[in-house]
Write a protein that binds this ligand. Sequence first.
Ligand SMILES: *Cc1c(COP(=O)(O)O)cnc(C)c1O
Length: 459
Amino acid sequence: MNLPLEPFRIKTVEPIHLVDRQTREKLIREAGFNVFRIPAESIFIDLLTDSGTSAMSDYQWAGIMMGDESYAGSRNFYHLQETVKQIMGFEFLLPTHQGRAAENILFSTVLKKGDVVPNNIHFDTTRANVEYIGATALDCVIDEGLHPEVEHPFKGNMDAEKLNAAIRKYGAEQIPLVSVTLTNNSGGGQPVSMENIRQISRICREHSIPFFFDAARFAENAYFIKLREKEFQNTPVKEIVREMFSYADGCWVSAKKDGLVNIGGFIALKDEALFQKLQNLLILREGFPTYGGLAGRDLEALARGLQDVLQEEYLHYRIEHTAYLGNLLIDAGIPIVKPIGGHAVYIDVKKFLPNIPQSMFPGQALTVALYREGGIRGVEIGSLMFAAKDPQTGEWHYPELELVRLAIPRRVYTVSHLTYVAEILSAIAKNRNQLKGLRLVYEPPFLRHFTAILKEVEL
Ligand SMILES: *Cc1c(COP(=O)(O)O)cnc(C)c1O
């Protein structure tokens, strides 16, 4: 028996329902074959995202009642500031309502048109925020990170050679920051090793380029370092986290992931001059610096969530729980990204549905099937999210990876829920040749996947 035993018991429950097949068929059509457009009440198992979907602990809920809603100087801000300093070592903190607001404030301040930002792989909102300014988001992940079937303990690592080549090509002046995403969300939730962090940090220092983490899943990344990097097998996770952040000049965080809260984010950094510049924009966009985009109670829940997430028995369960679903799928012969990531299982759709070309959005077709067959919601990370038309030639460029992500909310679903998901996927696998392709009927100018409308087409 290899069960991911939950290190908690359930104190409050939220009912969920599986609506009947006919209703699901009606809803998926009305939603334009885009699962983002289906009302959540009609979803049975919602694996759309692990973002903002965590269950809070009794410790966090107790903190909610301790909210100090003072406009300026809320005690919860000081608690959060102290917590971030203790955990990450950063002196300066700017709370935002979520990660993308932090990206917007940081990038609007340090980037200008024509700049280049290297990252392992930019997350979608990160890329959009870079490109919105007219800068280039350059993905520099190691080659292994682009091949779902290749096993590597740290597939999120940045390729130092690709980074050096970018610095040679553009010059350090055109690269206002280098960022590494922990764990590498768009590349399969794959971790980055301490060795790699040290190496990238060294290169940045050599060229005086600020080095930042996009640190939404910093705790999961640290736990993978403990599991997979020999040097750290006996190091407490808190020390690993401290060392990781010691190599960076700052970070931005979507607290909706490892912050274990339903809303929140922040920027944390060492440089006071930059902090002051960012603070001006924070006031304009989010709010007074001691609350940013959040209520006092939210700040408190976040301070406590950051403590919860670093408990090793929690992290052990978290990684095992995700691996439990992944291993069920492997046993059922469903191709997934390996090794299994921290917060999600990613189905390799190029292999799963080889008969649907990327121009017909095979990943999206699989999300449609998951809802139809089981009321399950996953998300496409592939051609619908990333395919782009070359502005010069008009030619379409499709992403290397065509994935469907089944993200696992933290502390929310049980082992039976995950077993059900694996059973539905096995049923889909048996009839995979009957799945249809899709065509776009409506697309917005950016972050297309959120609101696009599609139509089913015969192959
Ligand atoms: C979620 C996420 C973001 C964006 O944060 P939001 O809170 O959704 O705005 C940025 N980067 C990474 C790696 C993320 O996972």
